[in-house]
Design a protein around this ligand. Structure first.
Ligand code: PLP
Length: 293
């Protein structure tokens, strides 16, 4: 995969393009050795970054929780524009040419301190395919309730940190069982979030269809894609609601989707090997809420 990398630091607040084929991370970089840093992953379509404001707000919040300096909004915008200009072709899709744009702040080395990176790559075709093909998901315990972490700032609830080893381990686990995605549950079986996405569900209530998602402020990552879909739905006059949701809610729903910035939304075709209701028309309507955001 071709990567384009732009670095932001004190000497270069608007960003410098680095040669991605040469070493650029020092061995004592604490982003690398301790996962001590934060990131955002965004989608660019035809060179324009979707939901940039929402990502910058969440990055600022993550950086604050970790006491990391956050480059200014202008720095991120100019470095991202530079990275996209320098990047190769995006992956063609029905939306346009798609790139993944990752913003990252690392604690850096003890001598040099923190810095920011913008990393641009084309979106894998398999990721785009999941928007239509959907995914099989398994419910797995998170081990403890992340809502309990919200009282303790050092547990970094709601921060998008570089420490994603657990999220990757759970994906390897479900793949070994023939599924593609894991949906975490709390000790009381409440639905939380997927390994790298949020969960939304539709339920027909009388003559109205209502969208639901687990409460975003109870220790899970507040998803910008879920937020944008709910905003679009509200503006279109739909009802939206927040958890608690339990496995039976998903099993008996009128559709479940995993939402994230690059994949956008993937219908869940099977949950714990049980077939779920699929509604391609509704998937299209939810996708439309994201077109302008
Ligand atoms: N939850 C987790 C744990 C994630 O890692 C992500 C995205 O990476 C999301 C939810 C979805 O967030 P967004 O829609 O802002 O990409």
């Amino acid at each position: 995969m071709t990567l384009t990398v732009v670095r932001i630091d004190q000497n270069s607040p608007t960003g410098t393009v680095l040669d991605a084929s040469t070493p650029m991370i020092r061995i004592d970089d604490e982003g690398y050795t301790r996962g001590d840093g934060v990131f955002e992953t965004m989608l660019a379509v035809d060179g324009s970054i979707r939901k940039f404001d929402l990502h910058l707000t969440r990055l600022g919040n993550s950086a604050r929780l970790l006491h990391l300096p956050n480059p200014s909004e202008d720095s991120w915008r100019s470095a991202s524009a530079l990275a996209l200009e320098s990047a190769g072709n995006g992956t063609p899709s029905s939306l346009g040419a798609e790139h993944t744009v990752k913003l990252l702040i690392s604690r850096g080395t003890p001598e040099e301190g923190p810095y920011g990176l913008v990393v641009v790559s084309s979106v894998p075709e398999a990721t785009i395919a999941q928007r239509e093909e959907g995914v099989k998901a398994l419910l797995l315990p998170r081990g403890h309730d992340p809502a309990e972490d919200t009282a303790y700032p050092w547990l970094l609830a709601g921060a998008k940190t570089l420490s994603y080893a657990v999220n990757m381990a759970v994906l390897r686990h479900v793949r070994s069982l023939g599924a593609q995605e894991a949906i975490f549950t709390a000790s009381d079986r409440r639905i939380l979030e997927a390994a790298t996405s949020s969960v939304i569900m539709a339920r027909q209530e009388g003559d109205r269809l209502r969208l639901f998602t687990p409460e975003p402020n109870r220790g899970i990552l507040p998803g910008t894609t879920q937020g944008a879909i709910f905003q679009g739905a509200r503006e279109a006059g739909w009802d939206v609601g927040f958890g608690p949701l339990y496995p039976t809610d998903l099993m008996e729903s009128d559709g479940v989707w995993l939402t994230s910035s690059v994949r956008l939304l993937a219908p869940v075709t099977h949950l714990n090997n049980q077939e779920l209701v699929l509604n391609p028309g509704l998937t299209g309507e939810l996708m439309n809420f994201l077109r302008s955001r």
